[in-house]
Design a protein around this ligand. Sequence first.
Ligand SMILES: NC(=O)c1ccc[n+]([C@@H]2O[C@H](COP(=O)([O-])OP(=O)(O)OC[C@H]3O[C@@H](n4cnc5c(N)ncnc54)[C@H](OP(=O)(O)O)[C@@H]3O)[C@@H](O)[C@H]2O)c1
Length: 326
Amino acid sequence: MYIAEKERYSKMTYNRCGASGLKLPAFSLGLWHNFGSNDSFDNMTNMLTTAFDLGITHFDLANNYGPYPGSAEENFGKILKNTLAPYRDELVISSKAGYFMWDGPYGDRGSRKYLVASCDQSLKRTGLDYFDIFYHHRPDPETPMEETAQALDYIVRSGRALYVGISNYNPEQTMEMAHLLRDLGTPLLINQVRYNMFERTPEDWLWSVLENEGAGSIAFCPLAQGLLTNKYLHGIPEGSRATKSQFLNADRVNQAPIDKIKALNEIAEKRGQTLAQMALLWDLRGPLTSVIIGASRPEQIIENVKSLDAPAFTDDELKMIDEILG
Ligand SMILES: NC(=O)c1ccc[n+]([C@@H]2O[C@H](COP(=O)([O-])OP(=O)(O)OC[C@H]3O[C@@H](n4cnc5c(N)ncnc54)[C@H](OP(=O)(O)O)[C@@H]3O)[C@@H](O)[C@H]2O)c1
């Protein structure tokens, strides 16, 4: 029987999510990769318990995570039942709908029909009574934003979720959705955005928009799927994401700015950190609420959470990193 590490809450920092009452761990764990039907069940169980033992209380899912789509939610549900169920009230579990999930006109995008049905399917797959956060995964230009907002509000009012979020929305869409949700009485909790050393566009708008709206922010792909680590410095290692995912292939790795990665790696070494640790801490230097890490094995989670032990960046280090990133 799994018993959680007693000292887990002393190892993690918890940040308030915008102006809400909810705090999220500085690091959350995402189940996009390595939790599908072809992955090792023991390894995914170890990753979830390792994460929780380190104080990671937030696990991020979506309806389509797998492959096959839905299998990450099914595996999470099994692991929850076997190990983490006694700790349900210590967990923040999120899921999303917005990308293609099933055939026909009702299994994609942002209609009320799709979002409510998909949320019900996700609850069934995970065996949960409710999600802590339910997201609209991407904006839908074909559905009135009022309808998507009403669906999210309904999902909360009907007890299917406690809070709502959005992902992949641009600044104007974020503001519009935040206003619609506020008028409905279900405030926008959080915006989930791609943010890492190679993808800094959220810096131009995200913090100010979200501060005005009282919403928090959470970064995905903080290591650019592994490019911001030392693993691709000398080619593509067997078993890495670039050898097995449709979202990161050899071409993308070969086009990555290897000189920049090497220069960043040197700064990380001088700081006594791995590049992964430095890239994650760099994400957290601003007002982000949390960073969603992905992992293929428990050791990566342990290494990544250790980044919180390092000293904050000096102004000189931040300047050098800015110069490398250009
Ligand atoms: N809202 C959205 O549209 C959206 C989109 C994408 C992701 N997300 C969320 O964000 C989460 C994280 O995304 P991500 O998995 O792409 O994050 P990431 O942190 O950029 O990449 C994680 C991958 O990097 C490698 N890695 C991690 N730690 C490492 C270390 N210390 N040393 C060497 N390699 C390391 C592992 O790949 P290997 O297999 O190579 O070991 C791992 O699977 C997802 O699970 C999902 O919850 C959301």
